[in-house]
Design a protein around this ligand. Structure first.
Ligand code: ADP
Ligand code: MG
Length: 468
């Protein structure tokens, strides 16, 4: 069965965009065959509708090219496919792109001369970037650059509004170059970092070293160059670095929130940018938004209903970061309350985040949450009273158990019932890092599973707070 499915996939692959192919055909398999009927297993309920609408006919056609006695494709969701790789086909193995090598495990690759390749996020790849009309050109340009750094598209300038994937594309291109040339010195830097390095080099009189370092890189990726505005000295340094690299046919990739001619930068810099390839990213259309959601939901391993994803895609129209934000909240809801997000709970989340003004209208018809909503102060006071520790101690730095546990419980309650973000909770608890809060909340969650005493205390606190 595996062989048949692989043969069908081989025929399908050229017909489907690569990222879509990887998204929708991952963890699929043939589950059985009943005469002409081929039963295709899908790993998630949310894949079902998508396959029915988009892939059923082409899949059947491909299957018939191999075996013309196949007359029908039917789908069946089998969530265990996700965890049984031996039953499915590893798409990346069977459909490698440009015979790429694996990413080096380290994010920083030390170079002999003292330069390192620095790519911040190895998870940003060109393969997990979902392509649609809004970003097709930018993605294609990045692919071309990755295939031939320092070639035709130099410099590559990507521009567009916030949260539309510029940083993702830039780092993905760097990752892709590194994969092919593991020894390349690729430097990704934000404009802010670059500026700070210039300032530091001036201060410590190590300008020459700074220059040498940057001039030895194979590809320089600099994000958000609009922030070079009004920084003459940094612009000057960048200009020289740029020229040195350009002359050596080294790749430069730049991003900004607007096209070159609208940047408030020296003309000579703008004209350099205009020499190369310029591509924009704009707000993705509905279908692309939906595909991005599916991809991200998979990354977070959250099995959402297709209707819920469609609802999010319909109502989140500004940018991708916003889409991700809502999904993250849905993940939190699921993890904290073991509640599968529904359209209604997503609508509530969106209202809370106040992300979408037109949601107010669509909101009609969703009941408001039935529970009483206490404030964080009340939660703190209640926990303080219950465990006889002061609020100040809970907010403070002490790590003794008697204080630590009530603090974690207060954070947990704040997350679960007030739905405060981890960042906000961190702020409340004396500006702790959000990861500290995340850890605290998950610790309590874990303990609740196997500590009946804590569970009783929690129920009683929740009753006191009037949230259950
Ligand atoms: P920008 O730099 O343009 O402000 P980012 O690159 O930081 O935007 O993107 C914000 C988030 O959205 C990132 O997590 C990124 O992975 C995601 N994202 C944006 N566009 C896409 C896309 N087309 N496919 C997958 N993820 C995307
Ligand atoms: Mg960015």
């Amino acid at each position: 069965m595996c062989d048949l499915w692989l043969a069908i996939l081989r025929k399908m692959e050229p017909k489907v965009q690569r990222s879509q192919f990887l998204t929708w055909f991952r963890d699929t398999a043939i589950l059985g065959r009943d005469e002409g009927k081929l039963v295709v297993g899908l790993p998630l309920p949310m894949c079902l509708q998508w396959h029915m609408e988009h892939y059923r006919t082409p899949t059947l056609e491909c299957a018939q090219e191999i075996d013309d006695s196949i007359t029908q494709i039917v789908y069946q969701v089998d969530v265990s496919l996700k965890d049984t790789p031996e039953r499915t086909i590893n798409l990346l193995d069977h459909f490698p792109e440009n015979k790429k090598r694996k990413l080096p495990g380290r994010q920083e690759v030390k170079m002999a001369e003292g330069i390192v390749s620095k790519i911040i996020n190895p998870n940003y790849t060109l393969e997990n970037f979902v392509v649609g009309g809004s970003n097709r050109l930018a993605h294609a340009a990045c692919q071309a650059v990755a295939a031939q750094p320092g070639g035709k598209y130099n410099p590559l300038f990507i521009y567009g509004g916030v949260g539309l994937g510029k940083t993702h594309l830039l780092q993905a291109t760097g990752n892709s170059i590194l994969r092919q040339i593991p020894k390349a010195a690729i430097v990704y830097t934000t404009t802010e970092d670059f500026t700070n390095q210039v300032i530091e080099a001036i201060r410590s009189q190590k300008m020459e070293r700074f220059r040498q370092r940057y001039r030895r890189v194979d590809a320089l990726i600099i994000d958000d160059v609009q922030f070079l505005a009004n920084k003459e000295r940094t612009q000057e340094e960048f200009f020289h670095t740029f020229n040195a690299l350009y002359e050596e046919r080294k790749q430069v990739i730049i991003s900004a929130d607007r096209p070159p001619q609208e940047l408030q930068l020296e003309d000579r810099l703008i004209s350099r940018f205009e020499r190369g390839m310029i591509a924009d990213v704009s707000v993705p259309d509905y279908e692309t938004r939906l595909a991005i959601l599916v991809e991200k939901a998979r990354e977070y391993e959250l099995f959402l209903d297709m209707q819920v994803l469609q609802f999010i895609a319909e109502h989140t129209t500004r940018n991708v970061r916003e889409l991700e934000g809502i999904l993250m909240q849905a993940v939190a809801l699921y993890e904290l309350e073991q509640r599968m997000p529904t359209i209604r709970s997503i609508a509530e989340i969106m209202c809370k985040l106040n992300k979408d003004p037109h949601l107010e209208e669509t909101q009609v018809g969703f009941e408001s949450p039935p529970k009483r909503a206490p404030q964080m102060q009340e939660v703190l006071e209640e926990v303080s009273r219950y465990y006889s520790v002061s609020v100040a101690d809970m907010l403070g730095a002490s790590r003794i158990r008697e204080i630590l546990v009530p603090r974690q419980i207060a954070m947990f309650l704040g997350k679960k019932h007030l739905r405060l973000s981890y960042v906000r909770l961190g702020e409340i608890f004396s500006n702790r890092d959000h990861t500290t809060v995340m850890n605290a909340v998950s610790k309590i969650e874990d303990k609740l599973q196997n500590d009946p005493q804590l569970l009783r205390e929690m129920r009683s606190l929740e009753r006191e707070l009037g949230v259950v």
